[in-house]
Write a new protein. Structure first.
Lengths: 255, 275
């Protein structure tokens, strides 16, 4: 049996939610679907299904380039009645930002967590920013509310993740601390950078801003090793597609 | 700690929950009557400026619900706030301290399933239970009413289905009893199939638990009723409960006119113009 390609694109921050007028990351994930008119479903659960956010999604993913839809778990009476069927029929599932704690709670209540795993395994491209990035990983650093906290995600990717990894941000320091305390190794991404995983392997880091970067973080003994990952800026017309990563950055999960 | 007379806690505070079948924060008379009751309950604990907080979780923290709450209570004599769990990023707060400092916590309607899931994720349930035991009045409508019971009938997944609540109150509750026949039918079936007995609440009917024992029913609209729903000899029986009518206070503008009129009347009386 042929295994579908499992793909996740985890944005550190960016896309229509954060970079209005810069469609590079959104175009990239649409391109991954290889569909002429991809079916794209937006999951705004982390925002509490905020109306203004849903409207912005439909503006960015307009019907002339894709077949957009969304699922509001707070207004189930309005959306598709069979969530599983709807999600499994998509080419791309796009998860919005907000509270990752609330996101995971609501998803579990509606059984979305297991449907998303199924969708991923059947080749639906999964992506998202911020909370919509953290959710795919084994562990995550959330700084949404108060001090950065450590939490468990869906675990599709056997790594840890930290988003909005800007220089000098509080969560960077917290992430290093968590790694020393035994959090599994993983990846961080700055706003505008996105981690593209094929299966459980990082295939490349892409960016919608020339300076945005992704990072690999590992622990050796009690030392945290942070490495910047070669990043492809998507706005550069001469960008070499799919630049291979150096061996040192390949993604064997830290045990 | 220095406490004034009203805020001083007795050894065992009275546990109070007000469950409402459905209402809005509009300025129509029945809605004003409900808000007046909420304000009175809060005031019985908190004095002249009680603290009232809305948890709009079940709606996904919609600005509509939050704005409705502030428009109903913002101008009244109380300290209002909202705990929006989806918006904490923009406005961090100490959830536990904030909730325990309230006199009344009001839970808005929406998805009961999501409400309980998000509360569990943020560990809110234990705080609310503690607040209740400390005498903070818990109140809410629709999902925000059913959440306090062992079970309710929710349309969180589209069609009406039984769902478990926090269980602070024994038994079950079904809201919008008069307005949503399919919800009522699902409730009667569920109770027939072994869901704990409980209550049905029409929109604008409410049940108030104060301490141990049975609740008292209130109604803010003529004809809106509270029902006791129980299994009896293999059948499910609904019996309406006698309810106290909550009169609507005059709207604020009218209240001022009335006060003005009374002042003039008094002046005239003093001047001997009116008998």
């Amino acid at each position: 049996m042929e295994m579908a390609t499992r793909q996740i694109v985890a944005f550190g921050g960016g896309g229509f939610s954060m970079e209005s007028g810069n469609p590079l990351l959104d175009d990239y994930v649409l391109g991954l679907t290889r569909a002429e008119r991809p079916r794209v479903c937006f999951l705004p659960s982390a925002s509490g299904d905020a109306d203004h956010y849903i409207v912005r999604f439909y503006r960015a993913f307009s019907a002339h380039r894709c077949e957009p839809s969304h699922i509001s778990l707070f207004r189930r009476e309005q959306g598709p009645s069979d969530l599983r069927r709807h999600l499994l029929s998509q080419d791309l599932i796009y998860v919005g930002g907000g509270s990752v704690v609330s996101l995971l709670g609501v998803w579990r209540a509606h059984g979305i967590d297991s449907i998303l795993r199924e969708a991923w395994e059947s080749g639906v491209v999964l992506c998202g920013l911020s909370a919509g990035s953290l959710c795919w990983f084994e562990e995550a650093v959330t700084g949404f509310h108060g001090e950065p906290k450590r939490l468990r995600g869906l675990g599709l990717l056997p790594f840890s993740n930290c988003v909005h990894y800007e220089r000098g941000a509080k969560r960077g320091e917290a992430y290093h601390g968590f790694l020393r305390e035994g959090m599994c190794g993983g990846y961080a991404a700055e706003d505008g950078a996105a981690l593209h995983f094929t299966g459980a392997e990082l295939s490349r880091v892409i960016a919608s801003r020339p300076q945005a970067r992704g990072y690999r973080l590992d622990v050796t003994g009690s030392r945290v090793v942070e490495m910047q990952i070669a990043t492809t800026y998507l706005g550069d017309r001469e960008a070499v597609p799919a630049a291979p990563l150096p061996e040192a950055l390949s993604t064997a999960p830290a045990v | 700690m220095a406490v004034d007379g009203v805020r001083a806690r007795t050894a065992t505070p009275v546990r109070r929950i007000l469950a409402l079948g459905g209402h809005d924060f509009s300025f129509r008379p029945p809605d004003r009557a409900v808000c007046e009751l909420l304000l009175r309950l809060a005031g019985e604990r908190g004095g002249e400026r009680p603290r009232i907080c809305i948890l709009p979780t079940a709606s996904g923290d919609t600005s509509d619900q939050i704005a409705g709450f502030y428009s109903a209570f913002g101008e009244r004599s109380c300290e209002t706030s909202d705990v929006s769990l989806f918006r904490l990023g923009r406005r961090p707060m100490e959830l536990r301290d904030h909730l325990l400092a309230q006199d009344l916590i009001y839970v808005g309607g929406g998805s009961m399933l999501n409400l309980l899931a998000v509360w569990e994720a943020h560990d809110i349930a234990s705080i609310l239970s503690l607040a209740w035991r400390q005498g903070v009045v818990l109140a809410g409508q629709s999902a925000g009413a059913m959440c306090w019971f062992e079970a309710g009938i929710t349309k969180s997944s589209g069609r009406p289905l039984a769902a478990a609540g926090l269980g602070l109150l024994g038994g079950s509750l079904c809201v919008h009893y008069n307005n949503e026949p399919e919800r009522r039918a699902a409730y009667l079936d569920a109770v027939g199939d072994g869901m704990p007995s409980g209550y049905g609440l029409d929109d604008y009917a409410g049940l108030l638990w104060e301490g141990e024992g049975s609740p008292s029913a209130v109604t803010a609209r003529r004809g809106a009723r509270a029902y006791r729903v129980s299994r009896r000899e293999g059948d499910v029986a609904e019996s309406p409960l006698p309810a106290r009518f909550l009169p609507a206070p005059a709207p604020a503008a009218l209240r001022e006119d009335i006060a003005e009129f009374r002042r003039i009347k008094t002046m005239r009386k003093r001047a001997g113009w009116l008998g």
